[in-house]
Design a protein around this ligand. Structure first.
Ligand code: NAP
Length: 683
């Protein structure tokens, strides 16, 4: 019998004792077994912290991002193998695509986040904060990777996506992890982890895998660790209140059940494109992945007078959904992951049937194409109708984690909002309407109870990612019943694995720590001129002090002629009554342009191009006669990788342009972005 193993402390290990049998969801045949018994979790966690963590923490965000990108590219070359095994979980090709390529896509998205972080192993968060009158004492925030390990406890439904969406984030933060997939589908996670380990793309110790039940793993977490849990609210509640979590104040990110609701707007009447979209999208959300999606539509909230039309529309589409072995022609819905899931969903359906009417589907009598109906894990789509959702409230409390959903009526928008909120916190909701005021009203009223809200109409339908797809750079997670967690969310997700620490000191000290120039820090003169230095040679804080220029009326007139900007305050001395200006004022853009004329060293050199200006401010009016100069300071350096062999090796350099007048006061300030060539052209 094939054994699916654990990868811990640098080796592939079998568990001891009783193995959990693993089954093919379509044929019901046993495909192997797994066990995590006998594993020493205290040692496994310590190994992750020490071996993997130490290496990851030394890497910069840029290096970690490139590592994750390399991993994504590598896994794409192996995807055929994953599709073949994913079919054992009962998944159709589309279901597998979500799990496999959705998961790999998540790696790519997180890898690209490297551009939003500094070129350091730690993050500099927000802006400096003035703490003194003279400016010699300031505050800032840095975020360093926790020196612990992330323990990911995952649900059975997405064995690949569930792992990748989480590890992308902890690896980006510089924190190692231990993945514990659900025992039921761990075989798929295992083959991917084999490829990851064999590739040696990740530093040893940064990813470990526990394939069996993993009971006891939580007992060994301590204060620098992070636990993420995706699964049922009941298990989550037990784990979240374990002594090791409470004693160490260990962050516990809970992603649990969610009774997601979709709303049919009053303006989406039959005959509109939106009505058809609603029927199509809702049916898709019931049947895709056989309803085993944390974001699937469980509650369908529609205007009372449209219940019948909606019921007819969804039922007609469900009737066309062929259930069976996804490898057979025409099959649109596969099986649940295991017979255990069939039993669990059945129990929930029976419970729901006690308070509402089943209007489509049958627990026993349904046809399948291919597969083994007795041994496999097939389930019919079930549609309920609840005529009184305020008193028949099981629908707002019971999650049947399969192709099961309930239609219920609403009277007005207030009512629709109230019903959607009765799910007590969800991952996602959606409203389908051609009317943006209606969408706005729903969102403002319902948003506090939902992690994400999709507004679907004909204008976005073609490119919409749909109700059920969490996007890696948007928050995923929801309040209340959904767990109160946010497992992704771009930069915010990465920050879950880092400690924010405020730092206080002289601006020169804070410049050294943050590697970002802080106003008030020492500005040693750059010799030679910064435009004569390569990326590696430039030092944050080094400054060019330019010569001066006295502004004239001719400057203003010439600039107005060149730019065509004849705004009255520049051009008409007689128009200034009631304005803040005392004389004709120089254009702000003239000042920036003149600043470039002062700070640029024109001969060809390492500076390749200027590609933008950020945070430009004109802080004091400049009148003819004022004498201006520029302090031009290296503000921050960000390394860049070569896109191809032929590419020029370069980095991004941000310069602070501080333009001041004869009183020494700043009149304009901006950050310019340049690309600067490296001496070493090999990388
Ligand atoms: P589950 O039974 O609660 O299990 C979740 C994970 O926790 C599994 O890996 C499970 O391992 C593990 N686990 C349970 N007890 C443990 C313990 N004492 N120590 C360590 N690990 C332990 O949930 P499930 O049936 O796999 O998943 C279905 C549920 O997940 C549904 O309710 C669904 O709504 C929810 N879900 C939520 C999201 C979301 O993002 N919010 C996403 C997907 C699924 P074993 O399986 O090996 O026992």
């Amino acid at each position: 019998m094939r054994k699916f193993q654990n990868y811990v402390q640098g080796q592939w290990l079998d568990g001891e004792g009783v193995e959990t049998p693993l089954y093919n969801a379509i044929s019901g045949d046993q495909i192997g077994e797994a066990s995590s018994e006998g594993l020493d979790y205290a040692e496994i966690l310590a190994y992750g912290r020490k071996t993997g963590g130490a290496k990851l923490r030394l890497m910069t965000f840029q290096e970690r991002g490139l590592m994750i990108k390399a991993l994504a590219l590598h896994l794409l070359t192996k995807k055929k193998e994953y599709y073949a095994m994913s079919a054992w979980t009962g998944a159709t090709k589309i279901d597998s695509w979500i799990d496999i390529e959705g998961g790999i896509g998540n790696l790519f998205a997180n890898a690209s986040l490297r551009r939003q972080f500094p070129d350091l192993p730690y993050h500099v968060d927000g802006d400096a904060i003035a703490l003194s009158k003279e400016g010699s004492f300031i505050g800032h925030h840095i975020m360093v990777p926790k020196q612990g390990v992330a323990v990911h406890l995952n649900a059975f439904n997405f064995p690949i996506w569930g792992m990748l969406e989480k590890i992308a984030v902890n690896l980006m933060a510089g924190v190692p992890c231990i993945v514990k997939p659900s025992e039921f589908t761990c075989y798929l996670t295992e083959i991917m982890v084999r490829d990851i380990i064999a590739s040696k793309i990740l530093p040893e110790g940064s990813l470990q895998l526990v394939c069996g039940l993993g009971r006891g793993i939580i007992d060994h977490v301590s204060s620098e660790d992070v636990v993420t849990f995706t699964g049922s609210a009941s298990t989550g509640k037990i784990l979240k209140s374990m002594p090791s979590i409470l004693d160490g104040n260990v962050p516990f990110n809970l992603e649990a059940d969610s009774l997601n609701a979709t709303i049919l707007g009053k303006h989406a009447t039959p005959g509109t494109e939106e009505f058809d979209l609603f029927i199509k999208e809702t049916t898709k959300e019931i049947t895709i992945k056989a309803g085993q999606k944390c974001t699937a539509v469980r509650r369908i909230i529609v205007p009372g007078d449209l219940v019948e039309e909606v019921q007819k529309g969804i039922s007609a589409r469900l009737a066309k959904t062929v259930i069976g072995d996804p490898s057979q022609e025409g099959v649109r819905m596969g099986a649940l992951a295991t017979r255990t899931q069939v039993q669990r969903v059945r129990e929930s359906v029976e419970l729901l049937a006690g308070s509402q009417e089943m209007v489509y589907g049958d627990l026993d009598n349904f046809d399948i194409t291919g597969g083994n109906k007795e041994k496999g894990a097939f389930f019919s789509p079930i549609l309920f109708y609840n005529d009184d959702p305020y008193t028949k409230t099981d629908v707002h409390n019971v999650e049947a984690f399969g192709p099961v959903s309930t239609i219920m009526p609403y009277k007005n928008m207030e009512d629709a909002i109230e019903l959607s909120r009765m799910g007590k916190g969800s991952l996602v909701s959606s409203i389908v309407t051609p009317n943006d005021q209606e969408a706005r009203e729903y969102i403002v009223g319902a948003a506090s109870m939902h992690g994400r809200i999709l507004v679907l109409n004909k204008d976005c339908a073609k490119e919409s990612t749909g109700h059920g797809s969490p996007m890696p750079l948007l928050t995923h997670g929801g309040p209340g019943r959904a767990g109160g967690g946010e497992e992704m969310g771009g930069k915010r997700g990465v920050m879950h694995y880092m400690q924010r620490t405020s730092i206080q000191g002289h601006p020169t000290t804070i410049t050294e720590i943050t590697q970002q120039f802080q106003v008030g820090a020492k500005q040693p003169e750059a010799v030679p001129h910064v435009f004569r230095q390569h990326f590696e040679e430039l030092v944050v804080g080094h400054t060019v002090f330019t010569h001066k220029h006295t502004v004239t009326v001719a400057d203003i007139v010439n600039f107005a002629n060149v730019s065509g900007d004849n705004f009255y305050a520049h051009m008409d001395e007689t128009s200034l009554d009631g304005t803040i200006f005392e004389q004709r004022v120089a254009h702000g853009y003239f000042l920036l342009s003149k600043a470039a004329g002062l700070f640029v060293d024109p001969a060809k050199g390492p500076v390749l191009l200027n590609y933008g200006v950020e945070e430009a401010r004109f802080t004091k009016p400049v009148y003819p006669g004022a004498t201006i100069g520029v302090r031009f300071t290296v503000k921050e350096k960000i390394d860049q990788e070569k896109k191809s062999e032929e590419d020029i090796a370069k980095g991004i350099v941000k310069f602070l342009v501080d333009m001041y007048d004869e009183t020494g006061e700043t009149v304009a300030i901006a950050t310019i972005l340049t690309m600067v060539k490296k001496i070493d052209q090999s990388m």
